[in-house]
Design a binder for this molecule. Structure first.
Ligand code: VOV
Length: 249
C-alpha cells in the first residue's frame, strides 16, 4: 500500500452558510425585529468569549452574490460542540428568518509532507499549536471553497509515492509563502466528514489577493493536475454592529 501522509488535527470546523428570508423578515414588526437582533447579538457575545478564552474561534462574514447572505465559521475542540452551536443558532428567532444554503464540516489539518524529523511531540510545539488552534484574523475579506485531489488514470494523487507528493507540496508551499502577510490560509481536512477532501479558507485585507493566489496556484502541478474545486464563496467582514445594520429594513 502507498504511504499515507500523517496528519495533525486541530479544532473541528463548521462553515454555516445562510440566506436571509427578507420577505418574512420585513413582515415582522419593528419590536420583534429588534428583539431578534438583540438575541442574536447576545449569541455573538457568547461565542466571542470562547475566542477570548482561546478554546475556539469564529468568523462572521457576508457572502457576496446569491449563494448565501452570510457565513458563520465556527472552530471548536470537539465536533459535539459544533453540533451544539448549530442547534443553539437554529433555536434563535433570527434563524427562523434564514434559509440554510450550504455547510461544510472539517477539522483543521497539517500534513507531514514538509515537516522536519524531530522527536518532540508536535502537539506541544507552539508554532504547530498556533496553526492547529488558530486565532482567526479580523481581515476585511474571506474566501472559502472545498476541494479534492484528483483520482483519475495517471492523475491519481493517492497512487503517487510519498517523495513525488512531497516535492509537489514543497512547490505549493513556496507559492503560498509568496503571499505571507497578504493572505492567511486555514486548510481543514474533511475526508469522512463532508463531500470534498479539504476546505480552503483564506483571509485577506485585499480581496484581489485571493484571485492572484488561486490563479498562480493553478499553474503549479499539484493544483493544475490534481486540484478539483467546489463552489467559491467570497465575502466581507461582519461584526454585531454591521450585522445589525445589514438587518435594518
Ligand atoms: C496562503 C498561502 C498558502 C501557503 C503558505 C500554503 C502552504 C501549504 C503547505 C506548506 C502545505 C503542506 C503542509 C501542511 O501545512 O499541511 C499545504 C497543504 C495544503 N494546501 Fe496550502 N498553502 C497556501 C494556500 C493554499 C491554497 C490557496 C490552497 C487551495 C489550492 C488551489 O489551487 O486553489 C491550498 C490547498 C492546500 C491543501 C488542500 C493542502 C493539503 C494537501 C494534502 O495533500 O495534504 N493551500 N499548504
Amino acid at each position: 500500500m502507498n504511504e499515507a501522509a500523517i496528519t495533525l488535527d486541530g479544532w473541528y470546523v463548521l462553515h454555516d452558510f445562510r440566506s436571509i428570508d427578507w420577505v418574512a423578515w420585513k413582515m415582522l414588526d419593528e419590536d420583534e425585529r429588534r428583539a431578534a437582533v438583540e438575541e442574536f447579538t447576545a449569541f455573538l457575545n457568547k461565542i466571542n468569549k470562547t475566542d477570548e478564552a482561546k478554546t475556539g474561534a469564529h468568523a462572521l462574514y457576508t457572502i457576496v452574490g446569491q449563494k448565501a447572505d452570510f457565513m458563520l465559521m465556527i472552530l471548536r475542540e470537539t465536533m459535539d460542540e459544533l453540533q451544539e452551536i448549530e442547534t443553539e443558532f437554529n433555536k434563535l428567532t433570527l434563524a427562523a428568518f434564514t434559509v440554510p444554503t450550504y455547510s461544510y464540516v472539517s477539522v483543521v489539518e497539517l500534513s507531514n509532507y514538509l515537516a522536519g524529523k524531530s522527536d518532540e511531540d508536535p502537539y506541544q510545539n507552539p508554532h504547530v499549536r498556533a496553526r492547529l488552534y488558530p486565532e482567526l484574523p479580523r481581515s476585511q475579506y474571506v474566501c472559502f471553497y472545498p476541494m479534492d485531489k484528483r483520482r483519475e488514470g495517471n492523475d491519481n494523487w493517492y497512487m503517487l509515492g510519498m517523495d513525488d507528493r512531497r516535492a509537489m507540496m514543497a512547490s505549493h508551499g513556496k507559492i503560498g509563502r509568496g503571499y505571507a502577510g497578504k493572505v492567511k490560509q486555514i486548510i481543514s481536512g474533511s475526508i469522512g466528514f463532508d463531500d470534498y477532501e479539504w476546505g480552503v479558507t483564506l483571509f485577506s485585507d485585499d480581496v484581489l489577493q485571493f484571485k492572484k493566489l488561486v490563479y498562480e496556484m493553478r499553474f503549479d502541478e499539484v493544483s493544475a493536475r490534481f486540484g478539483e474545486f467546489g463552489s467559491f464563496y467570497v465575502g466581507t467582514l461582519l461584526d454585531a454592529d454591521k450585522f445589525t445594520k445589514m438587518l435594518e429594513v
